[in-house]
Ligand binder design. Structure first.
Ligand code: AMP
Length: 548
């Protein structure tokens, strides 16, 4: 027997309609690429997204057509999120920090028809244009009078002119909820980037899951500032979460790595919740320290995209009264996979140090995500907090295969689970702890050493700002861990100082015998420490104990 309930599709346009009807004047604040500030409410967002959708239809957009963006976190980018997907188009957000050849490859692979760009990226587009095979027109996210006189780009148009004379009402089509809505390529370190194609259904379900009390924990009293870019897994879904809970949105535009701007926005706009990668928070915390400032309105920050050093968790709590939770996820998981937010009871039971230790793990999956850990032969490992293996995931917002992959990737198993490429243990209470990336794992004497655990201990030393542990060859042990340190001040911590951090906390044979020091950590396109670059940089390194 079938249930007798209405069959309403889960559509991105319904998020917009809902927010426009219920939170018409709730603000979206956005910093302009060329400076200045823009404000409007969800009703105006809906009206302008409708105008964009009409304009795209008049250009000939058909269901499934890809529309690319190279843009910062701002209100026009948000209109593209809704205007494109709302009529069955696919918004393809491109990471401008990728290598230009990779960007050209991605655009050609996706066969994007139109490209919408912030002025920052015009020189990049000018250089790429001769290699782009499918782009029909390029639109600058500015009014006509702010268009550059000589961009060197053929067929360059103004976004504001495009949408100017269009109707601001739209009867959004009732699409099949499985229709593709968004496309995002992962920044693979080897091989070509891989496209993750989100659907309306997966996006809406992800937005619900993100809003739950133990994930983003947000409501209409909140002001949310995504410091994660809108080109990194849809700013972790926050542009869809805020409208469903009626929260204000604050977009930092191109100023996402600028401590002074982030601080003023947080204080002026009374931001209560934010999310970003550890390197962003490290830089902001340093700026706050140097300028003797304290955050007064922020209550909660998600730190994700890479393991969060305990030093960030402590400093947010002790100096700013901000709770942090670590989010684990991937472009392939939309990205929410788990979150380490503690309940009030857990906080009391754990005490201060215990809390930091738990928050420095990756937490529990929300309902809708299942996690398991297997050995290399695919045998399930116990959830005992000790057995480390390959982390696999499945769920309604996990990618089922890559876009036009032609069987290149073997990450999607035949039994419906996705192999994340992460190494993890799961604790008996379901708490996830990532110990490494498969590619970064250190195999010493036939056993694995967790680089993340060593890095977390190293960064707890006051003289260490950032640490990365990489595998280097060793004639006796196959590989040994090399500690790469960026000191926090002038004093360079000695290996003896650092050894004290590890002793008694990890097995003795894990402890790095040597450290090397650098002034700046190399970063990937998504702002994570690039271990690939570090391995290249220290390719000729030999351990003192390696007499071979
Ligand atoms: P991306 O698709 O670029 O977001 O990268 C996803 C990868 O980032 C994951 O497979 C992990 O290796 C890593 N990652 C994301 N969040 C975390 C976290 N909280 N702790 C450790 N690694 C993480």
């Amino acid at each position: 027997m079938q249930g007798l309930m209405m069959d309403r599709p889960l559509l991105i346009s319904s998020i917009l309609d809902y927010a426009a009807s219920n939170f018409a004047t709730t603000e979206i604040v956005s910093l302009g690429t060329g400076g200045g500030e823009h404000r409007y409410g969800y009703a105006e967002l809906a009206a302008r997204s409708a105008r964009l959708a009409h304009a795209l239809r008049s250009l000939g957009l058909e269901t499934g057509d890809r529309v690319a963006t190279l843009a910062w976190n701002n209100h026009r980018h948000l209109e593209l999120y809704y205007g494109v997907s709302g009529i069955g188009g696919v918004i393809h957000t491109i990471n401008p920090r990728l290598q230009p050849e990779q960007i050209a490859w991605i655009i050609n692979h996706a066969e994007d028809r139109w490209l919408f760009v912030d002025t920052t990226f015009l020189p990049l587009v000018a250089a790429l244009q001769p290699h782009l095979r499918s782009i029909e027109r390029v639109f600058v996210l500015e009014p006509a009078d702010a268009m550059p006189a000589d961009s060197g780009i053929e067929s360059l148009h103004s976004y504001e002119t495009l949408i100017a004379d269009q109707p601001d009402q739209m009867d959004w089509p009732e699409l099949d909820e499985h229709t593709a809505a968004g496309l995002c390529y992962t920044s693979g370190t080897t091989g070509h980037p891989k496209g993750v194609l989100y659907s309306h259904r997966s996006t809406v379900l992800h937005a619900y899951a993100t809003a739950m009390a133990d994930t983003a924990s947000s409501g209409r009293g909140d002001t949310i500032m995504p410091v994660v870019p809108m080109f990194h897994a849809n700013a972790w879904g926050l542009p869809y979460l805020a409208p469903i809970v009626g929260a204000r949105l604050v977009f930092p535009g191109p100023k996402m790595a600028d401590g002074a701007t982030l601080y003023s926005l947080m204080e002026d706009e009374q931001v209560t919740y934010t999310a970003g990668v550890p390197t962003i928070w490290m830089a902001l915390l340093q700026w706050l320290r140097d300028n003797d400032r304290t955050l007064t309105s922020l209550r909660y920050a998600t730190v994700g995209g890479a393991a969060c050093p305990p030093s960030i968790i402590r400093e947010f709590a002790e100096r700013h009264g901000v709770i942090t939770a670590q989010g684990w996820g991937m472009t392939e998981t939309s990205p929410l996979g788990s979150m380490s937010l503690l309940s009030a009871q857990e906080e009391v039971a754990l005490g201060e140090d215990g809390q930091v230790e738990r928050r420095a793990m990756q937490g529990r999956p929300p309902f809708g995500i299942e996690l398991r850990v297997t050995d290399d032969d695919g045998q399930l490992l116990p959830r005992d907090g000790e057995s480390a293996g390959r982390l696999q995931v499945r769920g309604a917002w996990v990618c089922s295969s890559y876009f036009r992959d032609d069987g290149q990737s073997d990450a999607h198993g035949t039994d419906g689970w996705f192999d994340t490429g992460d190494v993890a243990v799961i604790h008996p209470d379901g708490w996830l702890q990532i110990t490494d990336r498969t590619k970064d794992v250190i195999k010493s004497g036939g056993e694995w050493i967790s680089s993340i655990e060593l890095e977390n201990l190293a960064t707890s030393h006051p003289d260490v700002a950032e640490a990365a542990v990489i595998a280097r060859p060793h004639s006796r042990w196959t590989e040994r861990p090399l500690l790469v340190v960026r000191p926090s001040g002038k004093r360079q911590p000695t290996m003896n100082d650092l050894r004290a951090q590890f002793t008694g906390r990890v097995p003795d044979w894990w402890i790095p015998e040597d450290a090397v020091y650098i002034d700046e950590m190399p970063l990937t396109a998504t702002g994570k420490i690039s271990k690939l670059t570090l391995r290249e940089r220290f390719a000729d390194y030999r351990f003192p104990s390696d007499g071979a």
